[in-house]
Design a protein around this ligand. Structure first.
Ligand SMILES: NC(=O)C1=CN([C@@H]2O[C@H](COP(=O)(O)OP(=O)(O)OC[C@H]3O[C@@H](n4cnc5c(N)ncnc54)[C@H](OP(=O)(O)O)[C@@H]3O)[C@@H](O)[C@H]2O)C=CC1
Ligand SMILES: O=C(O)[C@@H]1CCC=N1
Length: 266
């Protein structure tokens, strides 16, 4: 792609996307520009030979697609710093939880091309799940370019902007819940005698394989669960205990809390 892509903020999500974009060869690494206010934050991307700078003005003047990968509460101050210096027709990509397209447009105090996106950190291993919504200034060819970037490091779907809080709960934040489950599974295996390192491999490969089964067989997850549960077998004992201890309800309540927090961040 013949575009310069800039990132403001080289933290967990920004560096995962940079890594994904480089690994997927969406643009050559010399077309990626990264700005952060602390030099040592560039350590996360130093292996990729991207352009790094602490001078945000110098950076935004060079980029065609600008990804704002800072925390939501610094968006306004970052935008007020750069709004006079962005290139005409730059596409601004907002990945912040809770921030709306309208809030980003208002912060720039003019109509700018805005993409609201919600990726997740598995971008680092090219397995992100991302959602994007566009404002009305983004042209068809630009939509294709944005989709090409996000699909380079995982799956992407265009959604209505009002779904973004739900997306945050189901994919943006959800790797954290899954890591907690893997950690708990490994703890149990360690309790039962398995070495810790081996337990992480067994637990995470089981989660990975189960996810792949849902995605590739297109069977209902309940049907796949039933196929694991032998009559009077071991699995149904575990399933009974999960129901008794509120596993499903716990996930639903956690995701509701996540969704409500995202809504409150507007
Ligand atoms: N983490 C995730 O899984 C996901 C995050 N997001 C969104 O991505 C955004 C970034 O989150 P995340 O990567 O986790 O956060 P991080 O804190 O890890 O990254 C933010 C980076 O921006 C730097 N920074 C802060 N202020 C400035 C500034 N004024 N100019 C330049 N750089 C600055 C920070 O430096 P320092 O820390 O040294 O202050 C840090 O390196 C958030 O808006 C979040 O909602 C979206 C989807 C998933
Ligand atoms: O926790 C957060 O606010 C961010 C947004 C989605 C994942 N991490």
């Amino acid at each position: 792609m013949n575009k310069n892509i800039g990132f403001i903020g080289c933290g967990n999500m920004g560096s995962a996307m940079i890594s994904g974009i480089v690994k997927a060869e969406i643009v050559p690494s010399d077309r990626i520009y990264v700005c952060d206010h602390h030099e040592n934050n560039f350590d996360k991307v130093k292996e990729y030979n991207v352009n790094t700078t602490t001078n945000v003005i110098e950076m935004v003047q060079k980029v065609d697609i600008l990804i704002l990968s800072v925390k939501p509460y610094v968006y306004e101050s970052v935008i007020s710093q750069i709004k006079e210096d962005i290139k005409k027709d730059v596409i601004v990509v907002c990945i912040a939880a809770g921030k709306s397209i309208e809030q980003v447009e208002n912060a720039f105090e003019k109509k700018v091309k805005v993409v609201k996106a919600m990726p997740n950190t598995p971008a680092l291993v090219l397995e992100a799940m991302s959602a994007v919504s566009f404002n009305d200034l983004i042209e068809e060819v630009e939509k294709e370019e944005i989709l090409k970037i996000f699909s380079g490091f995982g799956k992407v779907e265009v959604v209505k902007e009002e779904l973004m809080d739900a997306v945050t709960a189901v994919s943006g934040s959800s790797p954290a819940y899954v890591y907690m489950m893997i950690e708990a599974m490994a703890d149990a295996a360690v309790k039962q005698g398995m070495p810790r390192k081996q337990a992480y491999v067994f637990a995470s490969q089981a989660v990975y394989g189960a996810s792949k089964m849902v995605l590739e067989t297109h069977q209902h997850p309940g049907q796949l669960k039933d196929a694991v549960c032998s009559p009077s077998g071991t699995t149904i004992e575990a399933v009974g205990k999960l129901e008794e201890t509120g596993f499903r309800s716990s996930i639903i309540q956690a995701m509701d809390a996540c969704y409500e927090k995202s809504k409150r961040m507007k």
